[in-house]
Design a protein around this ligand. Structure first.
Ligand SMILES: C[S@@+](CC[C@H](N)C(=O)[O-])C[C@H]1O[C@@H](n2cnc3c(N)ncnc32)[C@H](O)[C@@H]1O
Length: 445
């Protein structure tokens, strides 16, 4: 007998959270997988997504609230079920209290035995009787912020040292909001105005973004739009649309995208060149290179050549060819996109950034060798760690006096950003992810 309650959004959310806790996959991939496996439709999809992300986002706070009601050890799935239930009681006001308790008891009966469903019932009823305890009882401000925002203390401390306490709190709170839904219009095939008209006819609310191909859409999942299905839209955060613009592309250029999968920026590059020139799209992982090919086909872009390989040895893969433009959208710690993958708050380690910086520097060195004189490299990450951003670029510039970090195209100036050191740092904000990019040009001979 399966223990799964097919069609039940809470049981599906519980499965997502259990697999995340075993480090089996990122939350965003698991949510899509469980929606299919549990055959969730309509509002149940939205509820399950909200429950899984919300519980993960507030995990530390939920454990703090649960602690007074738990004595002794409990199995992981019971703890996760209790977190999921307390999340609904504290953070969602549209679900009646009795429904939360009854659903949790039903799930625990199916998955465990009578003793466990009694425990779940008892804990939730005591919680409802006594109410959530205040975080004011935590004297140390850093510890309190860590509980209130469910972030690790070491990460908050870094942000406090860099930006001050209030800004660190702002970043952490932004990470606990639902991410914006932004799409890029495939302007090779449709104008932004026509795309807006069709999306509105389909029932979406649409607002223009700052980048000229970007639209902020709400009301339902963008992937359900006919425009997406027919290759006229790509789902992409607005910050991620900046690198292709920073490359200052024109028709016919040769471009190397060194860390390209799944091809979000590669296809943007091809789009901005009107599908002319050639775009080599390299990635280390064969299964991800397949996604670049699929994306290019969906959008009807023909100038993209996906290749498998290590960017640190890109020269061997492209037989020493030189390029007008090179994009390095580097593998990074991802602290600019915590709201899309909240599980990273509980899995990342303080030493990750330094390890990644070595790989990032090696890729940048290889890009230098493959760049034509007068050419441009854009180095970008979706993190807000100076170790992986400004420090990587500063070290690179000090080794290569013929390279220069240049000013931003006007479009980028319109976005809220910091510009200490080379490049710009965008912190996560309501309309876009945290992101870093530097535009580096090589002196012409
Ligand atoms: C930030 S993601 C790229 C996202 C992509 N540019 C987009 O917009 O869709 C970084 C990518 O680098 C790839 N990667 C990691 N190490 C690499 C290496 N040594 N060489 C090439 N690709 C690498 C990862 O597989 C991952 O797909």
């Amino acid at each position: 007998m399966t223990k799964k309650l097919i069609g039940n959004p809470r049981d599906a959310a519980l499965e997502v959270l259990l697999e995340v806790s075993k480090n089996q996959a990122y939350s965003n991939l698991l949510v899509s997988r469980k929606i299919k496996e549990y055959k969730l439709e309509g509002p149940d999809r939205g509820l399950m997504t909200e429950l899984a992300y919300g519980t993960l986002q507030h995990q530390t706070k939920l454990d703090f609230l649960l602690a007074p009601f738990l004595k002794g050890k409990i199995e992981t799935w019971v703890r996760v079920l209790l977190r999921l239930s307390i999340y609904q009681l504290v953070f969602l006001d549209r679900i009646p209290e009795h429904a939360v308790v009854n659903e949790a008891v039903a799930i625990s009966k199916k998955r465990g035995h009578k003793g466990i469903s009694g425990l779940v019932n008892g804990v939730l009823r005591s919680f409802l009787r006594e109410g959530p305890r205040s975080t004011e009882t935590i004297a140390d401000p850093l510890q309190r912020l860590a509980v209130e925002t469910s972030h690790p203390e070491w990460l908050l401390k870094d942000w406090i040292d860099r930006y001050g306490f209030e800004k660190a709190r702002e970043i952490a709170e932004q990470n606990n909001t639902a991410p914006p839904q932004t799409v890029r219009v495939n302007t090779v095939k449709v104008s932004r105005e026509d795309a807006i008209a069709t999306l509105e006819e389909e029932g979406f609310s649409v607002r223009k973004g700052i980048v000229e191909e970007s639209l902020h859409v709400s009301g339902k999942p963008a992937a359900s739009s006919q425009l997406f299905k027919t290759g006229l839209l790509t789902i992409q955060d607005e910050s991620s649309m900046l690198p292709a613009h920073a490359l200052q592309l024109k028709q016919g250029l040769s471009v190397l995208d060194m860390c390209a999968a799944p091809g979000g920026k590669t296809t943007h590059i091809a789009q901005l060149m009107g599908d002319t020139g050639n775009v080599i799209a390299l990635d280390l992982h064969p299964h991800k290179v397949k996604l670049i090919r699929e994306n290019a086909e969906r959008l009807g872009l023909t100038t993209i050549e996906p290749l498998v390989g290590d960017a640190r040895q890109a020269g061997e893969i492209v037989n020493g060819a030189l390029f007008d433009r090179i994009l390095i959208d580097a593998p990074c710690s991802g602290y600019g996109v915590i709201r899309r993958k909240p599980d990273m708050k509980y899995t990342k380690q303080p030493t990750d950034a330094a390890r990644l910086a070595e790989i990032q520097s090696a890729i940048l060195e290889e890009a230098y060798v493959l760049l034509k004189p007068g050419g441009t490299i854009v180095y970008s990450t979706c993190t807000i760690e100076p170790t992986e951003n400004q420090q990587v670029v500063e070290a690179f510039l000090s080794q290569h006096p013929d390279m220069e970090s240049i000013d931003l195209p006007v479009i980028l100036e319109k976005l809220p950003h910091l510009s200490e050191g080379p490049g710009i740092q965008i912190l996560p904000y309501a309309d876009g992810d945290g992101f870093y990019l530097a535009t580096l040009t090589k002196r012409a001979i």
